[in-house]
Each structure stands twice: as C-alpha cells, then as structure tokens.
Design a protein. Sequence first.
Length: 216
Amino acid sequence: MSADPADFIRAQTRREHPSLVPELVLHLASRATDLWEATEATLERTGLPPPYWAFAWPGGQALARLALDRPETVRGKRVLDFAAGSGVAALAAAKAGAAHVTACEIDAFACQAMALNADANGLALEILDIDVLAKPASGWNVIFAGDVFYEKPMADKVWPWLKAAAATGVHVLVADPGRAYLPATGLTEIARYTVPTSLDLEDRLARETRILEVRV
Ligand SMILES: C[S@@+](CC[C@H](N)C(=O)[O-])C[C@H]1O[C@@H](n2cnc3c(N)ncnc32)[C@H](O)[C@@H]1O
C-alpha cells in the first residue's frame, strides 16, 4: 500500500456529506477500527492515535451547522478551528464568509485530510500542523473547539488556554455532545443540535450536542 498520505486517505475513505451539514463533502470512513489498523500497517507503527480525522464528530458538525445558520458568527472574522479533525467546522466557517480560517491539528493525517477536504469543497483553509496550546492564542476573533473534552489530559490543557483566549476578547465557542471532561462552569449554552451518529463511534444513534460560549 502506498505510504503517501493523500493516496492513503483517498483509498481508505469515501467522499460523503456529513449528516448535519449536507452542504459540505468530506473524505470519511465508516469503520474506525479497520482504518486504525490500516494506518498502523501502512506506517509500520503501533500505538498511533485513532483516526479521528476520518469522522465528522458531533461537536464539529454542530459548530459547522451554527456557522452556516448564523453566518454573522464568523462573517468577516479570523477564525481558528482548534483540533479540527476533518476540518468540518473550519470549512463551514470559510463557506459562511469568514475573512480567514485557520485549522490546527497535531495529527499529520488530519492535516492532509483537511487539505483534501478543502479542495473537494473549493474552499481555502490555512492548515497549521503545530500544537497551538504551547503559546497564548493570538490573531483570531473566533475560536471553535468541537469535541475536545473526551480525555482528561487534553481537557486539562485545552480549558485554561480557551479561557485565557476568551479573557483577551476572543469569542470562544465549544461544542460538546456530553463528553466526560467538559468543564462544569464557565460556559453558557447558545444553541443545541441533535447530531445523527453511528454505533461504530458512539453508544447511540444520535447525540444532543450543545454549543457553549466561554464566559469571561
Ligand atoms: C474527537 S476529534 C474532534 C475533531 C473535530 N473538532 C470534530 O469535531 O470533528 C479530536 C481531535 O483533537 C486533535 N487534537 C488533540 N490534541 C490536539 C492539540 N493539542 N492541538 C490540535 N489538535 C489536537 C486530535 O488529533 C483529534 O483529531
């Protein structure tokens, strides 16, 4: 099998419309475990993170829906989609008229998948393959954080960074479908969506997903 990441992604995914955001087309997989095994076999490595990039998670889809339904949230603004995965929310922000959209990821496959997904939709993204948590957020008006509170070590790093960004005037929007490490305080709900999902990824067929503003 080719080790070229773009060829690998094209071979392992199908171009599909995410359930809540049919306006976009993404390279998506249907079975997480099969793709995870194929990734490890191709790279001849084990212990890799799951291929999150091949799924549009409820958080990302809810943020994408919000951007398309309330374009004033992003129109003319500089938007960061933190931990963007497939880039679903970033692409929706670009489609909704953001002035500039950055999508960041620490997974190299996710960065490649986002480039393919941007091309597939004829949209422009700046893709950052660095850990933006190493420095205070700077240069963005809006930060999206979809489905980022599923693991404690990550939540412990992300939450202070998002709060610090909000304190400098950035409009920080978290989208969460009920993950274990969502902070209990400091968030205000502004929207809610029922996102269809699959039993391969979740323990149910839909997830109530809230969009929450980080309060200053
Ligand atoms: C559950 S996925 C959510 C992806 C996307 N936001 C969505 O909702 O579809 C979480 C993503 O966080 C990424 N991630 C974890 N730590 C990160 C960090 N420090 N910076 C950027 N991305 C990170 C992972 O690689 C993974 O793709």
